[in-house]
Structure formats: C-alpha cells, structure tokens
Design a protein around this ligand. Structure first.
Ligand SMILES: [Zn+2]
Length: 208
C-alpha cells in the first residue's frame, strides 16, 4: 500500500458520498448521536463499521488489543463514560474475534515485555474459567472458547461501571457480547444471559 493512494482514495470517497447526498458532510458536521458503543479488537482484519454494515455517525468506536475493558484503564473507562452518560447510546457491544493474536499470546508463557500487564487481564479470564478451558482437549477449540469467555468477562466489566449501572436503572440500555469469525465473515451473537450476570454483579458491585 502506498500512502499517497490513501489521499486519492479519500477524494474518490468524498465524491461518491456527495453524489449520493450533497448534504452528507454538512449533516456529519452538525454533531453525532450514535446508538451503539462498539468495543472491538485493534486487529486490522476486524473493522468495526464495515462488518456491521453501518456508516459514519452510527457507532462510537473503541478498539484495543483483544477488546479489553480493564477497570483501571482510563482510556476504556472514559470512552464508556462519554458514550453512555453523554451520547446516551442504547447498546454497548463487546466484539471479539476468533484467531485473536492478543488472546493467543496470553495463552503462551513467553515474556512480551510491555504487553505483559495488558495480556495478564486475559490470563485472569483463563484463571476464572480454568476448569472449563482445561477440559477442552483440542487446542483450537480451547482458544476459540477463551475468545468467547473473554468477550463475556469484558461485558461484565462494562456492566460493572457506574455509568452503565446508572443507565440500566434510568433507561433502556443493553450490553451485547459478539464474536466475529474471520473464516466465514459472520458475526455471532453469544447470547450471554446478562440478567443473570447482572443479578450476581449487583450483589457485589452495587453502587447504592
Ligand atoms: Zn484480536
């Protein structure tokens, strides 16, 4: 890829958008009111808008290695705060993907320097679900299951935030756990039972 072609592509994109709607950029500049907060992996193969078939202005997006929501990460916490309490999104999505390099790295004992504390959050997910994961003999199946359980635990982290707990009481807000399958291009809803998880969370993490 040559960097100059990006600017040529951009010119084409502007022309295409204006042809469809001469007011496209005027509307875009007015402000945003997205319905979805999408938290996904930084992996170059897992694009947010493209895989959901949505366009500019429809999703507030946060991406990092292995779609993590660590409670002490000021970046992730600020994104949730802004999207939930200011933009008032009604859906928060945590989307993982099979073949996630971050999740794979966390399953190996290699020293990855600066990445170690980040990947330790995924190792914590492994520890929480050790019995289920250790019972899976096939390495690929085990790794896929860890991807799914990691999505579930990051959704739990989303539910634990003060912003989301407040929003759950005040209005309709739903948290979704999804996985993107790179082999088929399909988006899979893990259909996590958040009502049940929320009950358990309220007991321990309730804020009032
Ligand atoms: Zn990934």
């Amino acid at each position: 890829m040559d960097i100059k072609s990006i600017f040529d592509n951009n010119k084409k994109w502007v022309a295409e958008k204006l042809e469809l709607d001469p007011n496209f950029f005027n509307e875009l500049a007015k402000g945003q009111s997205p319905q979805i907060l999408y938290i996904g992996c930084s992996d170059s193969r897992v694009t947010a808008e493209e895989l959901m078939g949505i366009s500019s202005g429809e999703a507030f997006v946060h991406r990092n290695i292995a779609n993590m929501v660590p409670n002490t990460d000021l970046n992730a916490m600020s994104v949730i705060n802004y999207a939930v309490s200011h933009l008032k999104v009604n859906h928060v999505v945590v989307c993982g993907h099979y073949n996630c390099g971050g999740v794979k790295a966390a399953m190996q004992s290699e020293d990855l320097g600066l990445l170690n504390p980040w990947l330790r959050n995924i190792r914590d997910v492994y520890r929480l679900h050790k019995d289920e994961l250790n019972a899976i003999e096939d390495e690929d199946a085990k790794y896929n299951r860890l991807v799914e359980l990691n999505v579930q635990e990051q959704c739990v982290n989303v539910l634990k935030t003060a912003d989301v707990q407040k929003a759950v009481k005040e209005r309709d807000i739903t948290v979704h756990g999804w996985v993107f399958d790179l082999h088929t291009g399909k988006l899979i809803d893990l259909k996590i039972d958040f009502e049940k998880i929320l009950e358990e969370i309220r007991e321990i993490y309730r804020l009032d």
